[in-house]
Design a protein around this ligand. Structure first.
Ligand SMILES: Nc1ncnc2c1ncn2[C@@H]1O[C@H](COP(=O)(O)OP(=O)(O)OP(=O)(O)O)[C@@H](O)[C@H]1O
Ligand SMILES: [Mg+2]
Length: 504
């Protein structure tokens, strides 16, 4: 199972051998190694909490390993620190990109290099040509004088990549770089990845979108529960075998749709909802037990519709009725009182108290004035709810007392879901519920939603993952430029049909 891509494979720029890392009692990595060569894209795959981000932190000097070795150009590094990593040309593009929103693109690109060279920011202006050069070399159409805070997510990411390259990156780690990108932006990123390869940069790509990683990588390393379970050239893998390596089982992604009582009246009634600039004349019904999908491109208005249903945004006109009761527009409190639950898109900023234990987060929304008619939750019932959801969602943590900050990305996402399931909503709105969640867990989450629907909950699921919608929704609505332009029901629900209408 050697993975040398070509006979003339270049010697490794970075090697990790036998790394072990524990957090308290949790073994995050156990005897893990990886070899990175110039010009090769390496996919690092595995379920939520398997140790991918931890490995990146160790290599970039953010966390020390308990044991193990890191070699750069064949030379062992005695102690990896952030500075040593930078000096070796190791760069990580994190999901938040760590950019300065008030500075321009050019300033962001050259600033860290300027700091490293101990020059003052005003001198950084002199480094502007370096920024220009890198943007030009990569053939990007970035406006160097635009403030970063005004850029799209994709352009911010490109800025972060340029910044890495100005610092002469030889190894670039990208931890889930495509989650917030549209299809065409992903294409643009992949083009850039190929150009970086051409320049001899070694890349490591972490993503839960397996088709994507297989199309862009040449080598694959799979971790499971902190151990290396598979490694080889990409030709040895397809989505199925990669999934199996990650989860240790076969994952069933076939379409299973909860039956809806054909005689039942609508539970939720949305009529002519309009918010100029966001969406126009949106109307639909939802019955108890029905799972409805809402899809469309990023910026189509699908997210704004979800926010208007939950009262985050106030529509200019139109009505929302839940169980026959009119919900006050633009009032989250009224929406919750009516029986809405909402799993937001940006779980880390909108959904969680990171320093609080999992348990507090799970019951956060069920307490206080929010909870419909359940002002006095007994401690015993509360504890039961917490432990039931903790088990049911298989949140990977030593106990419910662990702070959410210590969880991996996908496990934090489950806590958000648990929190809203705990409120027992009549209609649960989910915006991208499985973004950042691994394939196996994704199926589990969909199964939990199916069970909740079977028990009578209505589900509105906003997602750009069409196969996921196909596997669970009875009906899918397609939003384009703020309007519902298509509807698919039952047998007509097929991935390619839906994708055609989305892209039309
Ligand atoms: N600072 C920390 N304190 C305690 N436990 C931690 C800490 N950082 C990570 N862990 C644990 O180490 C394990 C590996 O986490 P890691 O973030 O590396 O997973 P991951 O593979 O990146 O997952 P995901 O796909 O969900 O992002 C998890 O069990 C996590 O809870
Ligand atoms: Mg991670």
């Amino acid at each position: 199972m050697t993975a040398d891509p070509a006979p003339a494979a270049a010697p490794p720029v970075l090697e990790v051998r036998g790394v072990r890392k524990t957090f308290g009692g949790v073994v995050a990595l156990d005897d893990v190694g990886i070899t990175l060569r110039p010009g090769v894209v390496h996919c690092l795959a595995g379920e939520n909490g398997c140790g991918k981000s931890t490995l990146i932190k160790i290599v970039s000097g953010v966390e020390p390993a308990d044991t193990g070795e890191i070699l750069i150009d064949g030379e062992p590094v005695s102690r990896m620190t952030p500075t040593a990593a930078l000096r070796a040309g190791i760069q990580v593009i994190y999901q938040d990109f760590s950019l300065f929103p008030n500075l321009t693109v050019a300033e962001n690109i050259v600033l860290p290099a300027a700091i490293a060279a101990r020059s003052k920011l005003y001198r950084a202006k002199r480094l502007r040509p370096a920024a220009e050069r890198i943007v030009q070399e990569l053939g990007l159409s970035l406006d160097l004088d635009e403030e970063v805070g005004k850029l799209s997510v994709a352009d911010r990411q490109l800025t972060a990549i340029c910044r890495a390259l100005v610092q002469e990156a030889r190894v670039i780690f990208m931890d889930e770089p495509t989650t917030a990108l549209t299809h065409s932006e992903v294409e643009r990123l992949f083009e850039l990845v190929r150009r970086l390869q051409g320049r001899g940069v070694a890349l490591v790509f972490v993503s839960h979108k397996l088709e994507e990683v297989l199309s862009v990588s040449q080598e694959v390393t799979v971790l499971r529960s902190g151990r290396l379970v598979a490694h080889g050239p990409v030709e040895e893998f397809d989505v199925r075998s990669l999934t199996e390596a990650m989860t240790g089982r076969e994952v069933d992604d076939s379409r299973i749709v909860v039956e809806v009582d054909p005689g039942a009246g609508p539970l939720l009634r949305v009529e002519s909802l309009t918010l100029p600039g966001a969406f126009t004349d949106v109307s639909f019904d939802l019955r108890a037990g029905e799972v409805l999908g809402l899809t469309g491109l990023l910026g189509s208005g699908r997210g704004e519709i979800a926010e208007a249903l939950f009262g985050v945004l106030k529509p200019e006109s139109g009505t929302v009725e839940l169980g026959g009761v009119r919900v006050r527009p633009g009032s989250i409190r009224s929406s919750i009182a009516a029986g809405f639950g909402y799993v937001p898109e940006d779980r880390l900023t909108q959904g969680l108290f990171l320093d609080k234990p999992i348990s507090d987060n799970i019951i956060a929304s069920s307490l206080g004035e929010h909870a419909r008619g359940r002002l006095f939750l007994s401690p015993r019932r509360t504890a039961e709810t917490i432990s039931r959801l903790f088990d049911r969602l298989r949140i990977k943590a030593p106990s419910v007392a662990a702070p959410v900050r210590s969880l991996s990305g996908g496990n934090a996402q489950r806590v958000v879901l648990a929190k809203w399931l705990a409120t027992e909503p009549r209609v649960l709105i989910l915006n991208g519920p499985t973004v950042g969640v691994d394939v196996g867990s994704k199926e589990e989450i969909l199964q939990i939603l199916r069970e909740a629907a079977t028990a009578g909950m209505g589900v509105v699921m906003i997602s750009d993952d069409v196969p996921e919608l196909v596997s669970i929704c009875r009906r899918v609505l397609i939003v384009r430029r703020g309007e519902i332009v298509g509807e698919f029901t039952d047998d007509r629900i097929e991935t390619h049909r839906i994708q055609e209408v989305i892209a039309a």
